[in-house]
Ligand binder design. Structure first.
Ligand code: SAH
Ligand code: SF4
Ligand code: F3S
Length: 455
């Protein structure tokens, strides 16, 4: 039974953008049950931790957070404020399942990413000491079953929005938990995505970032009954009135096809920024990671992308200290960074994940060596990011103004290259795309002056 209740939910999100999107969809599902969001955990009748399992300590972080929440829960009960239910969602929920309840009996609900549409119903089965664990991969279409947000809720969330188009991964890189926590690759049908994008645009969203663990492997059913790739999807979304910017993340170098390149070449609405992780520059390590491409394949691919879209900025992910990585292998990573040049990047020490092949390797790299390599790599990547940002000083660019800035009278927006830009502009310009000249560059953002207000 789903009674309408007037309750509050607090959602804390860890991990990737897909979790950010999922948290909103969970809130939307709970809204149908009378739950409204709160930023204050103490006030919440329901606390959901939407967790990430990608690297070490992710699960431990969840357990220590649960320790703090237990005190709140007990205090709330003592103060007669009613029961505080606790749910664990996301990739730790999927990976740990029942183990979470065993270690933290205060948890009422463990729900894996494939079952979010069942959230209200699952919640009804909890309480008074009974807990529920749902980590199956059901066959029904979760996305079709999840309710859409109300127009004013979408508007409040901002002018830039995520939209998951693809979930799961079949690539099985030997270091990665995603194929286990998110399951097999699936793509949403084109019509469903178009309808969601139209709803977002209608509510005032100007920029949509298409999401998938392997977004450029997208192959959803098109209106013609055929499988459409991501490129074809971008061409279709570009026709939607009111949408001005499209992005997508995260891509795999193996899945950059010609139509996607053409989308970068032909569509101004597709922003000139591409997150294309390479992980390592060593062919030996790339093979051991099961990335299925070489150093040269990647560099040639980057050349093709830059030919299609000369002003494109690249971003990447790197792992140092993968099992068997020697100093020479690491130098190949430094070499590929120098050869490609990145506008921004994320880099990590390899973290053995239980159940993944690389975790069992006998050739684990010492922690101190990992730290030292990470430091060298990050120095180089930071230098490249600074140079990229500095290259924009004195240039003109469009900025989508998203929210209020640090200082009064200031707004913050995004450049086409995903840089944060601070601009002196009145609040009513939030949601507009303005032209600015970049005056200076700070550590984390650019500072620009508006030269052209929107028409
Ligand atoms: N699908 C994307 C990556 C998703 S995970 C791709 O194929 O590129 C995000 C990033 O986390 C990865 O790119 C990788 O750099 C990092 N990562 C994943 N597993 C990791 C591990 N076991 N240890 C360290 N970093 C890891
Ligand atoms: Fe993980 Fe990405 Fe590899 Fe898939 S392609 S296994 S998500 S790193
Ligand atoms: Fe983390 Fe799961 Fe995303 S492991 S990175 S939340 S897909």
């Amino acid at each position: 039974m789903t009674a309408f209740e007037n309750k509050k939910v607090f959602v804390k999100t860890y991990g990737c953008q897909m979790n950010v999107y999922d948290s909103d969809r969970m809130s939307d599902a709970l809204a149908t049950k009378g739950y409204s969001p709160t930023d204050v955990m103490d006030d919440a009748d329901l606390v959901i931790l939407n967790t990430c399992h990608i690297r070490e300590k992710a699960a431990e972080k969840v357990y220590s957070e649960l320790g703090r929440i237990r005190q709140l829960k007990e205090r709330r009960a003592k103060d007669g404020k009613g029961e505080m239910k606790i749910g664990i969602a996301g990739c730790v929920a999927q990976a740990e399942g029942q183990e979470i309840i065993r270690r933290a009996p205060i948890v009422d609900l463990v729900v894996g990413p494939q079952a979010y549409h069942k959230l209200p119903e699952l919640l009804d089965r909890t309480g008074n000491g009974s807990s529920v664990v749902e980590t199956d991969f059901p066959v029904e279409d979760k996305f079709a079953a999840l309710p859409a947000a109300k127009r004013e809720v979408t508007r409040k969330r901002g002018v830039s929005s995520f939209l998951t188009v693809q979930e799961g991964c079949d690539k099985f890189c030997t270091f990665c938990v995603v194929p286990y926590t998110r399951g097999a690759e699936m793509s949403r049908p084109v019509s469903q995505i178009v309808a969601e994008a139209e709803r977002l645009a209608e509510a005032g969203v100007r920029e949509v970032t298409l999401l998938g663990q392997n977004v450029n492997a997208y192959h959803g059913e098109g209106p013609d009954g055929k499988d459409w790739g991501l490129g074809q999807l971008l061409f279709r979304l570009a026709e939607i009135d009111g949408l001005d910017r499209l992005r997508y993340t995260t891509s795999h170098p193996r899945d950059m096809d010609d139509v996607l390149m053409a989308a970068h070449r032909d569509l101004d609405i597709v922003m000139p920024y591409l997150h294309l992780p390479v992980q390592s520059g060593s062919d030996k390590i790339l093979a051991a990671m099961n990335r299925q491409h070489s150093y040269d394949d990647y560099v040639r691919l980057i050349e093709r992308i830059r030919t299609a879209r000369p002003d494109i900025a690249l971003s990447g992910d790197f792992i140092v200290g993968f099992p068997g990585e020697t100093e020479a292998d690491f130098k190949d990573t430094m070499r590929i960074v120098r050869e490609v040049t990145y506008a921004s990047a994320y880099s990590f020490k390899y973290s053995p994940r239980p159940g993944t092949p690389a975790a069992d390797s006998k050739e684990q790299v010492e922690e101190a060596v990992k730290s030292e390599r990470l430091q060298r790599l990050q120095l180089l990547l930071t230098e490249q990011q600074r140079a990229f940002n500095a290259s924009k000083v004195g240039t003109e660019m469009t900025v989508l103004l998203e929210r209020k800035g640090r200082e009064p009278g200031q707004l913050v927006g995004k450049s086409p290259w995903l840089q944060a830009v601070q601009v002196d502009a009145p609040e009513e310009l939030i949601g507009e795309i303005v032209t600015v000249t970049i005056d200076t560059v700070g550590t984390n953002s650019l500072f620009g002056s508006m030269i052209d207000k929107p028409a």
